[in-house]
Ligand binder design. Structure first.
Ligand code: ADP
Ligand code: MG
Length: 423
């Protein structure tokens, strides 16, 4: 039997594991613009392709367009043409403007007329930064188009390099990404990672011994490509065999060949490298470390929480950092841009947490949560559970206790998908 694992290209349908919350959130279409932030090979294209199977969408691959607006516009025209076979209400080819922004407005008009929504999925969206460097007006136009087109939901999937767009929108007006809902696309949750290894959605499930399963999840931290690479390598007649040292070195080589680690490393700002260097050598975090950095690095799966501290997100990156990282290499993303997007994501996480506490906990449970955290709820103002939730989160932010709040929440209510809150 050949291995059922898929180790290249995006996956969709039954091959696509996990990510239920982020998929539902995007498909619900509440946000007119969102930025899905993830490292390489974490599953950004797969997520967009999966969204495309669920809602009316046009898919734009900015990498393919090579940073040229004309090529992107041409791609968009072709995409409208292709999708018209499925969604007859999309505008017809003749009369479709050549210019991307006008084309999106024309699409919006047709979508509004049909009382539909159209998702505009932009993959490799960090290329906007490259386009904007030669045409500074482009980001204003893009933002204007998003504002003027209420029937469109724009979803950008990109690495952290897109955060540099904030520095290119000029002095006047708010930073480009401020209107975007920001979500990290981190590793798969452990149950979803286990389902992938066992191929639970496939036609022939794979047998994996419990101990081995836990070992593989610990090695990869739930990174989907690494899980797939391990699955493929260890697959023998319907089951997975135990790993050898040769397997781990082989997978590290395979991953390095795809350029994953150097590219992710290049996007790390100076303060993030200082954090990784400390964690890599079992040192405490640098004393001047802004707490938002480890929060962002955990969201991306580059770091993992372990007890009260941190560890490198997965064994392969840890080994690469030890053996191959050039700590002096130039960073592609500045500390300021990094901090802006991480802070924005952190604030949005707090809003989500507040919503979860308000919707899924009663006042008594919130008080238990407070006391389990060692917080005296009598000292927090708040009569209603909404007030108490808000005050409790504010308290945890002030005292850097949010990760602990999530961990305690998980112990009390394992039915809630806390890992989806991390991003
Ligand atoms: N949701 C998922 N379920 C299963 N495998 C996944 C998933 N997301 C990503 N993968 C694995 O990771 C690889 C890279 O995914 P891809 O979507 O191309 O990542 P990115 O666009 O972030 O570089 C895929 O070929 C597949 O092996
Ligand atoms: Mg991709």
């Amino acid at each position: 039997m050949i291995s059922p694992y898929i180790t290249s290209g995006p996956v969709t349908g039954a091959d696509f594991y996990g990510r239920r919350d982020i998929l539902n959130e995007i498909a619900a279409g509440r946000c007119r613009a969102s930025y899905v932030l993830g490292t390489r090979q974490i599953g950004k294209t797969s997520l967009l392709r999966q969204v495309e199977t669920q809602v009316p969408a046009m898919f734009l691959d900015l990498q393919w367009a090579g940073g040229r607006l004309e090529d992107l516009s041409r791609q968009a025209r072709r995409e409208v043409h292709r999708k018209r076979q499925q969604y007859a209400w999309l505008p017809p080819d003749d009369g479709l403007p050549d210019n991307l922004f006008e084309l999106l407005e024309a699409a919006n008009d047709a979508v509004e007329k049909a009382r539909e929504r159209l998702w505009v999925l932009m993959d490799e969206a960090e290329i906007w930064v490259r386009i904007a460097r030669s045409d500074p007006e482009v980001l204003h136009k893009l933002r204007g188009t998003i504002q003027n087109c209420p029937a469109l939901c724009v979803v950008m999937a990109a690495s952290k390099s897109l955060s540099e767009a904030n520095t290119l929108t000029g002095k006047e007006g708010s930073p480009f990404l401020s209107g975007f809902a920001l979500r990290y696309l981190g590793p798969l949750s452990l149950p979803d990672g286990a389902a992938l290894l066992r191929q639970e959605q496939g036609s022939v499930p794979v047998t994996v011994d419990e101990g081995l399963l836990a070992h593989l999840l610990a090695l990869t931290g739930g990174h989907p490509l690494l899980l797939q690479l391990l699955g493929e390598r260890l697959y023998e007649d319907g089951q997975l065999r135990a790993t050898t040292e040769g397997d781990l070195a082989g997978i590290l080589d395979q991953a390095v060949k795809t350029g994953v680690f150097p590219q992710d490393f290049a996007a790390l700002s100076g303060p993030e490298r200082a954090i990784l260097r400390a964690v890599s050598s079992d040192q405490p975090l640098p004393a001047d470390c802004h707490p938002t950095y480890p929060h962002g690095l955990v969201g991306l799966g580059i770091l993992r929480r372990e007890g009260d501290g941190y560890t490198i997100g997965h064994a392969f990156f840890a080994r690469w950092l030890q053996e191959q990282a050039d700590w002096e290499a130039r960073s592609e993303v500045t500390a300021a841009s990094t901090l802006t997007v991480y802070s924005q994501a952190e604030m949005e996480q707090q809003v989500r947490l507040r919503r979860v506490f308000a919707a899924r906990f009663n006042l008594g449970e919130l008080r238990v949560l407070c006391s389990d955290m060692g917080i005296d709820h009598e000292n927090l103002p708040g009569e209603t559970k909404e007030d108490l939730a808000r005050e409790m989160i504010a308290y945890c932010v002030r005292h850097r206790l949010l990760p602990k709040l999530m961990e305690t929440g998980r112990e009390l209510r394992p039915d809630i998908r806390w890992e989806d809150m991390a991003g």
